[in-house]
Ligand binder design. Structure first.
Ligand code: HEC
Length: 118
């Protein structure tokens, strides 16, 4: 929590161009019914603690789909950006029931928030 507020406080305009973690935290409400970010415990979906840079299907307490396990993806920011836009295109047949996010701004904000747990 503290780290999140420090990151927000240090947000100078140039650094903020890549997304606003406070707005991302609000946008994460769409994900929170299935995903935990703050603690490494999975629920209906795998936990997303430290997701940026993590290989796909790496949460040990979650049963992933065949599609996700075989995807070979590492969740770089680019990979996450593409997945959040169109989950079914990036990992066809995956088990995440989510249509995707249309707004680039919202994805930038979400990524900024996801980074806070790295
Ligand atoms: C309805 C539940 C649900 C919602 C809402 C949802 N997800 Fe997921 N998500 C899942 C499930 C289930 C999986 C595992 C998919 C699989 O195994 O094929 C997953 C997988 C993922 C993965 C891959 C994780 C890994 O360990 O490889 C990421 C990243 C992810 N979701 C991000 C998000 C984000 C960000 C949001 C919000 C914008 C979101 N999801 C919304 C259920 C959901």
């Amino acid at each position: 929590m503290n780290r999140f507020f420090i990151a927000a406080a240090l947000c100078i305009p140039a650094a903020c161009a890549a997304g606003d973690p406070a707005a991302g935290r609000q946008a994460f409400a769409k994900c929170a019914s299935c995903h935990q970010l703050g603690s490494p415990r999975s629920g209906f979906g795998p936990h997303l603690h430290g997701i940026v840079g993590r290989p796909a299907a790496a949460a040990t307490d979650f049963r992933y789909s065949e599609a996700m396990r075989g995807s070979g993806i590492v969740w770089t920011e680019d990979a996450l950006r593409a997945f959040l836009k169109a989950p079914g295109k990036v990992v066809p047949g995956n088990a995440m029931r989510f249509t995707g996010i249309g707004s680039d701004r919202e994805i930038d904000d979400l990524l900024a928030y996801l980074r806070t747990t790295r």
